[in-house]
Design a protein around this ligand. Structure first.
Ligand SMILES: Cc1ncc(COP(=O)(O)O)c(C=O)c1O
Length: 389
């Protein structure tokens, strides 16, 4: 018999991830084309894999410093300096985590107290709300569907209370692919400064922006570095999701506290992955650029295909996703995704997995082999056509 079943009450209120829930239906089905899982379809570039092998060959199989390998922290600080013109002290202001995911969790846990409120523009990546709520704080969501999925300051202001402590800004966005202009970022920065808020800026897709000016960090805006927890990592830009290396950068007061939790809960990220990540940051654009070009090509194709089949979609600036409206087909997000899977064996994620305001949308990840993408578009068109009003 199990002992006392009074499990964590905060956890009882956390629903299972809408992405995983849906993908349990797909596992093991060879006929399904999946536009569901949000990760690059490339294997990690060879030079980076080699650095991992080399670490193993050399017998580098120990723990590292809790903060992460010094070489990696120094490489990360150099990346932030060169790419974003932001200076971080690699000893006190950079922490290597187990994926960006751990950095987000640590950030909330170090920052929040029960009763605090965190502004969360929606739709958003699945982990923020549960991780905020597990601290006893409250996630205050804001529907951004009417404003190209980017929150307007006037709307954010309506959600402010004396308990508002932080805002999550996660751009380029999963699930929408949208990225802000510098002017939009400046407006958010002014809002954060005026209202003395922390910003958790999840910039894990910063390198995957396709047209025009590269994405700039929120931390690089005047007055922002001291109030921004910058979260990034190698998972997306370098096709390294399985290596589990994330990077957090921010004020020493916050990073030190995050490291305290990390040292008890995680000790460190895997050492061979950290060596591979050093190589990734050293390779930089050389390996990212060809993958980015390939994503851009597929984005262009897929956005055009969606429009041609009669679905409305904003052209996303970055990440790996498009987030079309399926209202024209007269179905809810869930019915659309279920129907498409059942009738045509194409898996997409219902927009509601990313918050209630995702109703009426689906997320499609176009990082899949081009012929698959074409076939998926043809099957989707066959599903949509008879349903169009
Ligand atoms: C916006 C966003 N942040 C963080 C993560 C987690 O990335 P990691 O693999 O570094 O934990 C993801 C993964 O999908 C993501 O989309």
């Amino acid at each position: 018999m199990q002992p006392n079943r009074d499990f964590s009450r905060l956890l009882e209120n956390v629903p299972p991830s809408g992405i995983r829930e849906f993908f349990d239906l797909v596992i093991g089905r060879k006929d399904v084309i999946s536009l569901g899982v949000g990760e690059p379809d490339f294997a990690t570039p060879w030079a980076i894999r080699e650095a991992g092998f080399y670490a193993l060959e050399k017998g580098r199989t120990s723990y590292t410093s809790n903060k992460g390998l010094k070489e990696l922290r120094v490489a990360a600080a150099q990346y932030f300096r060169e790419r974003f013109k932001v200076d971080y002290d690699s000893e006190e202001e950079v922490l290597i985590t187990v994926g960006g995911s751990e950095a987000i969790d640590l950030g909330f846990r170090a920052l929040l107290n029960p009763g605090d409120e965190v502004l969360l523009p929606e739709p958003n990546y699945v982990c923020y709300r549960p991780l905020v709520e597990l601290t006893g704080a409250t996630a205050v969501t804001l529907d951004t569907t009417a404003t190209r999925f980017l929150p307007e300051v006037a709307e954010l202001k309506k959600k402010l209370t004396p308990r508002t402590k932080a805002i999550v800004l996660a751009y380029p966005s999963n699930p929408t692919g949208m990225a802000p202009t510098r002017a939009q970022q400046q407006a958010w920065a002014n809002f954060a400064i005026e209202n003395d808020l922390w910003v958790l800026s999840d910039e894990i897709y910063a390198e995957l922006v396709f047209d025009g000016v590269p994405f700039e960090s929120m931390a690089s805006l005047p007055g922002m570095q001291d109030r921004t927890l910058l979260v990034t990592g190698v998972s997306k830009a370098f096709a390294m999701t399985g290596w589990r290396v994330g990077i957090a950068a921010g004020p020493a007061s916050l990073l030190g506290r995050m490291c305290k939790i990390h040292q008890y809960a995680m000790l460190c990220a895997p050492i061979m992955s950290q060596y591979a990540a050093v190589e990734a940051l050293t390779q930089g654009e050389r390996v990212v650029a060809p993958m980015r070009d390939s994503y851009r090509y597929r984005r262009n194709y897929f956005v055009a295909a969606l429009r041609q089949m009669g679905l409305e979609v904003h052209q996303p600036e970055g990440a790996l996703y498009v987030f079309p409206s399926v209202r024209a087909a007269g179905l809810s997000s869930r019915d659309f995704a279920m129907g498409l899977l059942k009738e045509h064996s194409v898996a997409v994620v219902p927009g509601t997995a990313f918050g209630a305001s995702g109703e009426g949308y689906i997320r499609c990840c176009y990082a899949t082999e081009f012929n698959n993408l074409k076939e998926a578009a043809a099957r989707m068109a066959a599903f949509v056509k008879p349903r169009l009003k």
